[in-house]
Design a protein. Structure first.
Length: 345
């Protein structure tokens, strides 16, 4: 039996078995024809080659799809996301991480506002036996079966809270969290989730999802770029450019530093306003934690705007992984803790 945490975000899909992490951009597409494979092979930059066949469809997943697929699937719509995207996005890392037929106990998340609506649907999609083919870099195909025996779906920021509270063994790590009231702001690519962990209890009142993810800033920049270059740059192709602060289109370099600063500070102020309003009654919050990949990007803009004590982000942590780490620890606690007898694989 293997416990897996799976966080299918609009920006990145993250999975872990506690030892290894698989992280890829949440995009997939039709696998390209064989003659392209020669080129792929000789590409020294090639990192993760994620290629699967599911239900007779051949897919490139993540960065490979971004680079090589002619037709690509990417969405920012929650209903479409769950119904059409989760299967490919979930089975790909599971097939790459877990031995054939090994039963998987899975913890996955949904944004707070979609939790009730999509929870059962997500469980139904993921649970059960899923035959598929994994294709490696050399084009060698291997039949496998992903066997998901249990699925637990939790509200997304719950993962970050669990990650704070629990050790790698699923034990309570820091007793401080048992006595404190902590506000969590999870800024993702599309959504921002707000939640309060009040002495380990989850507070409905202080929890909400808004669409103030990083992609909002990306959209502003994409439309500016369309005006100046005439090219409609897909949002998921902007990550590197945003990181670098410039983009080259048709040979011409566009500087993004100023527009980026402006878009990020606007976004941060929208998020801070939402948080301060949502938590107006919760003035007894001990500390506020900023998480999610977008949280790391916006943290410098958010401090000063948010009320209360903000927990500093530990240098060197990839905040995109906070939820998935917590999902895994929670699964560990639920399914393996203190019961050696249950561990028969
Ligand atoms: N090392 C990194 N690599 C790529 N993006 C990063 C990195 N660190 C921070 N980011 C930022 O993280 C954002 C994605 O964050 P995250 O993975 O938490 O979103 P998500 O969970 O996919 O989205 P959502 O929660 O809305 O579904 C990117 O838009 C980027 O701005
Ligand atoms: Mg997320």
């Amino acid at each position: 039996m293997e416990v897996i945490g799976l966080d299918i975000g609009f920006g990145y899909t993250k999975a872990t078995n506690g030892q290894r992490f698989i992280v890829f951009k949440t995009v997939y597409g039709e696998a390209a024809e064989l003659q392209f494979r020669e080129q792929l092979l000789s590409d020294p930059e090639e990192e993760d080659y994620l290629h699967v066949e599911i239900d007779d469809h051949n897919y490139f997943v993540g960065e490979l799809a971004e680079r090589q697929s002619l037709e690509r699937y990417f969405t920012l719509d929650q209903s479409q996301f769950v119904a059409e995207f989760t299967k490919v996005l979930a089975l790909t890392p599971l097939a790459n991480m877990v031995e054939r037929q090994e039963p998987i106990k899975l913890v996955a998340g949904l944004p707070i506002s979609h939790y009730r609506r999509h929870r059962n649907e997500l469980i139904n999609i993921l649970k059960g036996q899923h035959p598929l083919v994994v294709v490696n870099k050399n084009g060698e195909r291997e039949d496998t079966v992903v066997r998901v025996s249990e699925v637990r779906v939790v509200p997304q920021p719950f993962g970050t809270v669990m990650n704070l509270m629990l050790s790698e063994l699923g034990e309570v790590r820091d007793r401080r969290f048992l006595t404190e009231k902590i506000g969590v702001i999870d800024v993702g690519f599309r959504t921002t989730d707000y939640t309060i962990a009040d002495r380990t209890r989850y507070s409905e009142r202080g929890s909400r999802t808004t669409d103030t993810g990083i992609s909002r800033a990306y959209s502003t920049i994409a439309s500016k770029l369309q005006e100046s270059s005439g090219v409609n740059v897909e949002l998921y192709r902007l990550y590197d450019a945003m990181d670098r602060g410039s983009i080259k289109i048709h040979g011409k370099r566009y500087d993004l530093k100023l527009v980026k600063e402006h878009a990020y500070s606007q976004l941060a102020s929208a998020i801070a306003t939402d948080a301060n309003r949502l938590w107006a009654n919760d003035w007894d919050i001990d500390r506020v934690m900023i998480t999610g990949g977008g949280g790391a990007v916006l943290a410098p803009f958010l401090t000063g705007l948010l009320k209360g004590e903000i927990m500093p982000i530990e240098p060197g942590t990839d905040t995109r992984l906070n939820n998935v780490r917590g999902y895994w620890k929670y699964g560990k606690r639920m399914w393996t803790r203190g019961s050696g007898a249950k561990k028969t694989a």
